[in-house]
Design a protein. Sequence first.
Length: 296
Amino acid sequence: MSHEAAGAPTSRNDEDLQDEARPDAVRDEASEATEPAGAARPEARLAHAVRVAEQALIEFEIAVETFRVEVENFSRLHHQRLGPMYARLDELDAQIAEARAARTGDPEDLRKAQEARAVVMPMPGVDELFHDWMDSDGLSPEASAMLTDQPVRPPKRVRPTEEARKLYRDLVRRAHPDLAQDDAERARRDEFIARVNTAYGRGDEALLKELADEWAAGPAAPLPELSETDELYARLDWLTRRKELLSEVAQELEDSAIGAMLRMAPDDPDQLLEEIAEQLLGEVSKREAELAALVQ
Protein backbone atom coordinates (compact mmCIF):
# COMPACT_ATOMS: atom_id res chain seq x y z
CA MET A 1 0.00 0.00 0.00
CA SER A 2 8.38 -2.69 -2.01
CA HIS A 3 8.00 0.08 -4.61
CA GLU A 4 10.98 -0.77 -6.75
CA ALA A 5 11.49 2.18 -9.10
CA ALA A 6 8.68 4.02 -7.32
CA GLY A 7 6.13 1.33 -8.12
CA ALA A 8 3.27 0.14 -5.96
CA PRO A 9 4.08 -1.54 -2.62
CA THR A 10 4.13 -5.30 -3.09
CA SER A 11 4.48 -6.46 0.51
CA ARG A 12 0.95 -5.80 1.78
CA ASN A 13 -0.76 -9.08 0.77
CA ASP A 14 -2.56 -7.35 -2.09
CA GLU A 15 -2.44 -10.13 -4.66
CA ASP A 16 -3.49 -7.87 -7.46
CA LEU A 17 -0.83 -5.16 -7.21
CA GLN A 18 2.10 -6.59 -9.09
CA ASP A 19 1.21 -5.47 -12.60
CA GLU A 20 0.77 -1.86 -11.48
CA ALA A 21 4.20 -1.59 -9.86
CA ARG A 22 5.93 0.18 -12.76
CA PRO A 23 5.71 3.93 -13.28
CA ASP A 24 5.12 3.32 -16.98
CA ALA A 25 2.30 0.84 -16.42
CA VAL A 26 -0.30 3.21 -17.81
CA ARG A 27 1.73 3.77 -20.96
CA ASP A 28 2.51 0.06 -21.38
CA GLU A 29 -1.06 -1.12 -20.98
CA ALA A 30 -2.35 1.68 -23.14
CA SER A 31 0.14 0.76 -25.87
CA GLU A 32 -0.91 -2.87 -25.74
CA ALA A 33 -4.55 -1.89 -25.88
CA THR A 34 -4.03 0.06 -29.11
CA GLU A 35 -3.23 -3.16 -30.97
CA PRO A 36 -6.48 -5.19 -30.91
CA ALA A 37 -7.19 -7.76 -33.57
CA GLY A 38 -9.18 -6.63 -36.58
CA ALA A 39 -9.47 -3.28 -38.25
CA ALA A 40 -11.25 -1.19 -35.62
CA ARG A 41 -11.48 2.56 -36.11
CA PRO A 42 -8.53 4.51 -34.63
CA GLU A 43 -10.90 6.35 -32.27
CA ALA A 44 -12.31 3.05 -31.01
CA ARG A 45 -8.83 1.66 -30.37
CA LEU A 46 -7.86 4.83 -28.54
CA ALA A 47 -11.03 4.75 -26.45
CA HIS A 48 -10.23 1.17 -25.49
CA ALA A 49 -6.70 2.25 -24.52
CA VAL A 50 -8.11 4.99 -22.28
CA ARG A 51 -10.45 2.55 -20.50
CA VAL A 52 -7.60 0.13 -19.89
CA ALA A 53 -5.40 2.96 -18.59
CA GLU A 54 -8.20 4.13 -16.28
CA GLN A 55 -8.51 0.69 -14.72
CA ALA A 56 -4.73 0.43 -14.35
CA LEU A 57 -4.62 3.77 -12.55
CA ILE A 58 -7.47 2.81 -10.23
CA GLU A 59 -5.66 -0.40 -9.25
CA PHE A 60 -2.50 1.58 -8.60
CA GLU A 61 -4.36 4.12 -6.45
CA ILE A 62 -5.80 1.25 -4.44
CA ALA A 63 -2.28 -0.09 -3.87
CA VAL A 64 -0.90 3.28 -2.76
CA GLU A 65 -3.84 4.08 -0.47
CA THR A 66 -3.71 0.62 1.10
CA PHE A 67 -0.04 1.09 1.91
CA ARG A 68 -0.59 4.66 3.13
CA VAL A 69 -3.17 3.41 5.63
CA GLU A 70 -0.73 0.77 6.90
CA VAL A 71 2.07 3.32 7.29
CA GLU A 72 -0.20 5.76 9.13
CA ASN A 73 -1.71 3.11 11.41
CA PHE A 74 1.66 1.55 12.18
CA SER A 75 3.06 4.97 13.06
CA ARG A 76 0.18 5.79 15.41
CA LEU A 77 0.14 2.38 17.09
CA HIS A 78 3.93 2.38 17.37
CA HIS A 79 3.75 5.70 19.21
CA GLN A 80 0.84 4.66 21.43
CA ARG A 81 2.20 1.25 22.45
CA LEU A 82 5.95 1.76 22.42
CA GLY A 83 6.40 5.45 23.17
CA PRO A 84 6.22 4.96 26.95
CA MET A 85 8.83 2.19 26.76
CA TYR A 86 11.26 4.39 24.82
CA ALA A 87 10.70 7.15 27.37
CA ARG A 88 11.37 4.70 30.22
CA LEU A 89 14.63 3.58 28.58
CA ASP A 90 15.79 7.18 28.18
CA GLU A 91 15.02 7.89 31.85
CA LEU A 92 16.88 4.76 32.99
CA ASP A 93 19.88 5.65 30.82
CA ALA A 94 19.97 9.10 32.44
CA GLN A 95 19.71 7.65 35.96
CA ILE A 96 22.46 5.10 35.24
CA ALA A 97 24.77 7.79 33.89
CA GLU A 98 24.04 10.05 36.87
CA ALA A 99 24.64 7.23 39.36
CA ARG A 100 27.92 6.37 37.68
CA ALA A 101 29.03 10.00 37.69
CA ALA A 102 28.12 10.37 41.35
CA ARG A 103 30.18 7.31 42.17
CA THR A 104 33.30 8.21 40.17
CA GLY A 105 33.24 12.01 40.12
CA ASP A 106 35.01 11.77 36.76
CA PRO A 107 34.43 14.86 34.55
CA GLU A 108 33.82 12.64 31.52
CA ASP A 109 31.16 10.68 33.41
CA LEU A 110 29.58 13.94 34.51
CA ARG A 111 29.47 15.13 30.89
CA LYS A 112 27.86 11.87 29.79
CA ALA A 113 25.30 12.15 32.59
CA GLN A 114 24.35 15.64 31.43
CA GLU A 115 23.99 14.46 27.84
CA ALA A 116 21.84 11.50 28.90
CA ARG A 117 19.58 13.71 30.98
CA ALA A 118 19.20 16.15 28.07
CA VAL A 119 17.84 13.33 25.91
CA VAL A 120 14.99 12.58 28.31
CA MET A 121 11.81 14.14 26.97
CA PRO A 122 10.43 16.86 29.29
CA MET A 123 6.75 17.23 30.05
CA PRO A 124 5.22 18.53 26.80
CA GLY A 125 3.64 21.95 26.63
CA VAL A 126 0.17 22.72 25.33
CA ASP A 127 1.39 23.36 21.78
CA GLU A 128 3.28 20.07 21.71
CA LEU A 129 0.30 18.17 23.06
CA PHE A 130 -1.70 19.30 20.03
CA HIS A 131 1.13 18.80 17.54
CA ASP A 132 -0.01 16.69 14.53
CA TRP A 133 -3.65 17.05 15.63
CA MET A 134 -4.19 19.68 12.97
CA ASP A 135 -4.43 19.06 9.26
CA SER A 136 -5.14 21.17 6.19
CA ASP A 137 -8.87 20.98 6.91
CA GLY A 138 -8.62 21.83 10.62
CA LEU A 139 -8.82 19.42 13.52
CA SER A 140 -8.23 15.75 12.88
CA PRO A 141 -11.14 13.32 13.40
CA GLU A 142 -9.69 12.25 16.76
CA ALA A 143 -9.36 15.84 17.99
CA SER A 144 -12.85 16.73 16.79
CA ALA A 145 -14.24 13.68 18.55
CA MET A 146 -12.65 14.70 21.85
CA LEU A 147 -13.88 18.28 21.60
CA THR A 148 -17.45 17.13 20.89
CA ASP A 149 -17.45 14.44 23.59
CA GLN A 150 -17.58 11.71 20.96
CA PRO A 151 -15.57 8.51 21.42
CA VAL A 152 -12.13 8.56 19.85
CA ARG A 153 -11.75 5.78 17.31
CA PRO A 154 -8.08 4.93 16.74
CA PRO A 155 -7.25 2.03 14.43
CA LYS A 156 -7.48 -1.36 16.08
CA ARG A 157 -4.75 -2.91 13.99
CA VAL A 158 -2.02 -1.85 11.57
CA ARG A 159 -3.63 -3.83 8.77
CA PRO A 160 -7.43 -3.91 8.44
CA THR A 161 -9.02 -7.35 8.19
CA GLU A 162 -8.98 -9.17 4.88
CA GLU A 163 -12.74 -8.71 4.55
CA ALA A 164 -12.35 -4.95 5.07
CA ARG A 165 -9.59 -4.89 2.47
CA LYS A 166 -11.77 -6.79 0.02
CA LEU A 167 -14.71 -4.42 0.59
CA TYR A 168 -12.44 -1.41 0.19
CA ARG A 169 -10.94 -2.59 -3.09
CA ASP A 170 -14.36 -3.41 -4.51
CA LEU A 171 -15.84 -0.04 -3.51
CA VAL A 172 -12.95 1.95 -4.99
CA ARG A 173 -13.12 0.02 -8.25
CA ARG A 174 -16.84 0.64 -8.56
CA ALA A 175 -17.11 4.21 -7.26
CA HIS A 176 -13.81 5.80 -8.27
CA PRO A 177 -14.22 9.48 -9.29
CA ASP A 178 -12.25 8.91 -12.49
CA LEU A 179 -15.16 6.88 -13.81
CA ALA A 180 -17.49 9.90 -13.60
CA GLN A 181 -19.10 11.17 -16.78
CA ASP A 182 -19.66 14.74 -15.64
CA ASP A 183 -18.74 17.15 -12.85
CA ALA A 184 -21.82 16.38 -10.77
CA GLU A 185 -21.14 12.67 -10.86
CA ARG A 186 -17.48 13.25 -9.98
CA ALA A 187 -18.46 15.33 -6.96
CA ARG A 188 -20.81 12.59 -5.78
CA ARG A 189 -18.09 9.98 -6.16
CA ASP A 190 -15.46 12.18 -4.49
CA GLU A 191 -17.65 12.55 -1.40
CA PHE A 192 -18.44 8.85 -1.31
CA ILE A 193 -14.82 7.71 -1.72
CA ALA A 194 -13.76 10.10 1.05
CA ARG A 195 -16.12 8.23 3.40
CA VAL A 196 -14.83 4.90 2.12
CA ASN A 197 -11.22 5.93 2.81
CA THR A 198 -12.11 7.08 6.34
CA ALA A 199 -13.87 3.81 7.12
CA TYR A 200 -11.00 1.77 5.73
CA GLY A 201 -8.40 3.80 7.62
CA ARG A 202 -10.19 2.86 10.85
CA GLY A 203 -10.63 -0.75 9.78
CA ASP A 204 -14.41 -0.33 10.18
CA GLU A 205 -15.68 -3.42 8.37
CA ALA A 206 -19.32 -2.83 9.35
CA LEU A 207 -19.30 0.71 7.93
CA LEU A 208 -17.68 -0.50 4.72
CA LYS A 209 -20.53 -3.00 4.31
CA GLU A 210 -23.04 -0.20 4.83
CA LEU A 211 -21.27 1.89 2.21
CA ALA A 212 -21.31 -1.04 -0.21
CA ASP A 213 -25.08 -1.34 0.23
CA GLU A 214 -25.46 2.41 -0.20
CA TRP A 215 -23.55 2.41 -3.47
CA ALA A 216 -25.43 -0.62 -4.77
CA ALA A 217 -28.72 1.16 -4.15
CA GLY A 218 -27.61 4.30 -5.98
CA PRO A 219 -27.72 5.09 -9.70
CA ALA A 220 -25.55 2.98 -11.93
CA ALA A 221 -22.48 4.79 -13.13
CA PRO A 222 -22.62 5.12 -16.95
CA LEU A 223 -19.55 4.30 -18.95
CA PRO A 224 -17.86 7.37 -20.40
CA GLU A 225 -18.51 7.84 -24.09
CA LEU A 226 -15.19 9.02 -25.50
CA SER A 227 -15.21 9.80 -29.18
CA GLU A 228 -13.09 12.83 -29.99
CA THR A 229 -9.47 11.92 -30.72
CA ASP A 230 -8.00 15.01 -29.09
CA GLU A 231 -10.04 14.47 -25.94
CA LEU A 232 -8.94 10.85 -25.75
CA TYR A 233 -5.28 11.73 -26.12
CA ALA A 234 -5.63 14.42 -23.45
CA ARG A 235 -7.29 11.91 -21.14
CA LEU A 236 -4.53 9.38 -21.71
CA ASP A 237 -1.91 12.03 -21.00
CA TRP A 238 -3.66 12.99 -17.72
CA LEU A 239 -3.79 9.36 -16.64
CA THR A 240 -0.08 8.99 -17.28
CA ARG A 241 0.79 12.13 -15.29
CA ARG A 242 -1.49 11.01 -12.46
CA LYS A 243 0.30 7.66 -12.34
CA GLU A 244 3.68 9.37 -12.16
CA LEU A 245 2.48 11.55 -9.27
CA LEU A 246 1.20 8.52 -7.38
CA SER A 247 4.52 6.79 -7.98
CA GLU A 248 6.28 9.65 -6.21
CA VAL A 249 3.88 9.36 -3.26
CA ALA A 250 4.42 5.62 -3.12
CA GLN A 251 8.20 6.08 -3.15
CA GLU A 252 8.04 8.59 -0.29
CA LEU A 253 5.99 6.14 1.78
CA GLU A 254 8.41 3.33 1.02
CA ASP A 255 11.44 5.45 1.92
CA SER A 256 9.98 6.65 5.23
CA ALA A 257 11.18 5.21 8.53
CA ILE A 258 7.83 3.52 9.14
CA GLY A 259 7.81 2.14 5.61
CA ALA A 260 11.22 0.60 6.25
CA MET A 261 9.92 -0.98 9.46
CA LEU A 262 6.92 -2.43 7.65
CA ARG A 263 9.27 -4.09 5.15
CA MET A 264 10.68 -6.06 8.09
CA ALA A 265 7.35 -7.86 8.56
CA PRO A 266 5.32 -7.64 5.35
CA ASP A 267 3.03 -10.53 6.31
CA ASP A 268 2.16 -9.50 9.89
CA PRO A 269 3.02 -5.93 10.89
CA ASP A 270 0.94 -6.19 14.07
CA GLN A 271 3.19 -9.02 15.26
CA LEU A 272 6.20 -6.81 14.59
CA LEU A 273 4.88 -4.32 17.15
CA GLU A 274 4.59 -7.12 19.71
CA GLU A 275 8.14 -8.30 18.98
CA ILE A 276 9.54 -4.79 19.36
CA ALA A 277 7.62 -4.39 22.63
CA GLU A 278 9.14 -7.62 23.98
CA GLN A 279 12.62 -6.45 23.03
CA LEU A 280 12.08 -3.10 24.72
CA LEU A 281 10.79 -4.77 27.88
CA GLY A 282 13.94 -6.85 27.94
CA GLU A 283 16.05 -3.74 27.60
CA VAL A 284 14.13 -2.05 30.41
CA SER A 285 14.81 -5.04 32.70
CA LYS A 286 18.53 -4.91 31.90
CA ARG A 287 18.71 -1.18 32.60
CA GLU A 288 16.84 -1.53 35.88
CA ALA A 289 19.23 -4.28 37.02
CA GLU A 290 22.23 -2.15 36.04
CA LEU A 291 20.85 0.85 37.92
CA ALA A 292 20.12 -1.25 41.01
CA ALA A 293 23.69 -2.50 41.05
CA LEU A 294 25.05 1.07 40.85
CA VAL A 295 22.94 2.51 43.68
CA GLN A 296 23.50 -0.32 46.15
